[in-house]
Design a protein around this ligand. Sequence first.
Ligand SMILES: Cc1ncc(COP(=O)(O)O)c(C=O)c1O
Length: 384
Amino acid sequence: MTLIRDLTDDEARAALVLKWGTVEPGVIPAWVAEMDYAVAEPVGAALRDAVERGEVGYPAFVRAGGPIGEAYAGFARRHFGTDVPADRVLPTADVTVGVRVALEVLSERAPMVLPLPAYDPQHGLAQVTGREQWDLPVDPDGDSYVVDLDALDRLFARGARTLLLTQPHNPGGHVHTRAELEGIRDVVTRHGGRVVSDEIHGPLVLPGAEHVSYLSLEGTADHAVAVVAASKAFNIPGLKCAQIVTGDDATRDRLVAIPMAQNDSWGSLGVVASVAAYDEGDAWLADLVERLDQQRALLGRLLAEHLPEARMRQLEATYLAWLDLRAYGHDDPAAVILRGGVQVSPGESYWPGLPRHVRLNIATSPDRLTEIVGRMAAALTGAP
Ligand SMILES: Cc1ncc(COP(=O)(O)O)c(C=O)c1O
C-alpha cells in the first residue's frame, strides 16, 4: 500500500492555491513545481501539533546547527551517505534566498556563470546581487545536460568568479555524476572560483541515478556551499525553510557573522515541518520516488504513442520533464497547449530566446497525466 494519496481536483484547488488556484476552470495545471499529492502524514501531524500548541511565533534564532541542522545531518547520512556536521548547516528562508545570501557574502562581485536552461528565478540572482550573469547554454540538440567544461574554463578565464550549479537539474532532469562534478571542480579550483550548488532536488533522484552532493567531493569544502531543503521533496515550499550547508568552519563563520537582516526570515512552521520530513519522512519519500518513477515510465509511453516527435532527455530526477517540441512547428507551444486545456511552463522562462520548448510537471495521478498528454497532443497536432 502506497503512502502517496492523490488529491482530487477540489482538494488540489483548495490546497495548491498557486498551481491550481490561478488557472481557469477546466484547465489542468502542470506547471509550477508542486505535486498533486496530500502532505506526508508525519509532516501534517507535526504541523497540526505545532498549531495546536500555538507554535506560530518566531523560530528559535539559531544561526547554525540546532534541530534543523541535526535533522538534515541525519537525512544526508541515510540518503546520500555523506557526513554533514550539524553545526555546519544554517537555516535560511528558502533556496532562492540561500543562494542569494551565499552570493552576497561569499562570492566576489564578479560575473556569475549560469548554465542554461535554468530555473526561472535564478535568472534574477546575479542582477539583485550586483553582478553580471554569464550564460553557459547546454547543447539544445545534445543528449545530456553535462556542463561544457571548456566553455566553463573560458568563462572563468575571462573573469567569472562563481558558478551557480543546479544538481539534480531543473528543468533538465539531469543528475550530475561524480565524474562530471569532479570535472567542474577541477575547472573551478584552477581559477580559484566558487560554486553555489542548488541541491533542492537531491532527495528526488529516481532509480538509475545517484545524488552526489558537490560538497562531498574532495577539495570543494573551501569554495562551495550547497543549498538544500525538504520543501520540494515534501511539497511544503510555502512554509519557508531551507538550509545552507557549508563545507568548513570558516565559511560557516562568515555566514553566521552577517547582519541579522540579511538572513532572518525562515518560518517556525517551516522548521517544524522540515524536521519532521527529514526525521520521519523516509517511508513516504520512498513511495513518492516509486510513484514518480511510474509517472516517468507512463510519460514515456504516452509520448511515444501521442507525441512521438517530442524530444525528452532522460528524466533522472524530479518530476519536471523538459520537452523539445520544435518538430510540431509552434513558436509558442505553451500557449497552444493552454488553449487545449493544460497549463505547462514555457521553455523561454528557463532559457530566454529558446522557443518551442516546454516544461511539464508529471507529479500528478496517472489518469491526469494521461489526460494531459492527450490534450497536449490534440492541441499540438490539431487532431480531434
Ligand atoms: C532548482 C530550484 N531551486 C530553487 C527552487 C525554489 O526553491 P525555494 O522555493 O525554496 O526558493 C526550485 C523550485 O522549484 C528549484 O527547482
